[in-house]
Ligand binder design. Sequence first.
Ligand SMILES: [Fe+2]
Ligand SMILES: [Fe+2]
Length: 343
Amino acid sequence: MEPLRIVHISDTHFGEELKPEKLKKAIRQINALEPELVILSGDIVTWGIHREFRNAYEALGEIEAELFAVPGNHDARNDGLKYFRLYFGEVKKSVRLDGMTVVGVNSTLPDSDDGYIGEEQRRWVERRFRESCINMLVLHHHVIPVPHTGRNRNVLIDAGEIVESLMLHCHGGVVLAGHRHVPYSTKLLRTHIIHAGTLSSYKVLMPDNNYNIIEFDGESLKLKLRFIDLGEVEIGRFAIKHGLPEAISIYHSLTSTKRVLFISADVTRAERFASLFNRLSPENMHASVATPQNRRIGELLESADYAVALEEFDRANEVWNPEMSDADAEKHVRMLVERLLKN
Ligand SMILES: [Fe+2]
Ligand SMILES: [Fe+2]
């Protein structure tokens, strides 16, 4: 398979920080590479003002490949996201490439340099990730600290949540980010986290302004760091492994809540087991009762993680004998708790 080539640029910083000669040279180089996609991981401008965005739109329009941009904290300054949308499309977006889905999110917060993705966007990301086997998440802020930046704090507030989402739903994935103006790459279990430096800001913390060239052949990813005037450095080749790391799925299961439903036409019977369960179960589980005649039974079953019927009922996970002794009831409930803990 012909490798899929992606150019990853970041932190162009149009406005007072821009070095226009670096930008022009970089665009000529990028066009010569003929990438499938150019990804821009935020801080397109410096102050979030209209003139900067228009200049950025005009200059970056010289890039011949499709441009996939997400906003950075500087783009969001002064209500700048409205200009981002005017010139660079939605703040969250996804595109399918050959063998890979690229998902971009808005990690900015108003009036803050910190990053946040939030539950709603995270759920949206997870839905996109389920559509593809290999995924690339693009955001501005970093999900793990980047060394050599002088500020080592991790500024994505919900980094833990997004990392778990990546592991659970991203069966071999890549994260692209910017923000710190330092190119860096590291591996977190099966996910490769790649940061780009700044393409054209004078706030450059490296020998020269730079960008990443990523080539993906379906099984492995080749990463090169390109300095605009100092040439190319090959960073490495990384295998993309499919499959969910077991440790992550165990932790996820242990922290999830579990809802158990005891079903019987005789509510008192069902309540006996539910109250026993609620007395014995760990903090993250709860049992409630329902009758098969309940008008909401379908909905209740849908939201339950496990259903136990106390008489024949084919939509339950299992049927228990309601006449069992107290000791047997306790044994059954303990075994159920144990099973639910691991699943
Ligand atoms: Fe920046
Ligand atoms: Fe930034």
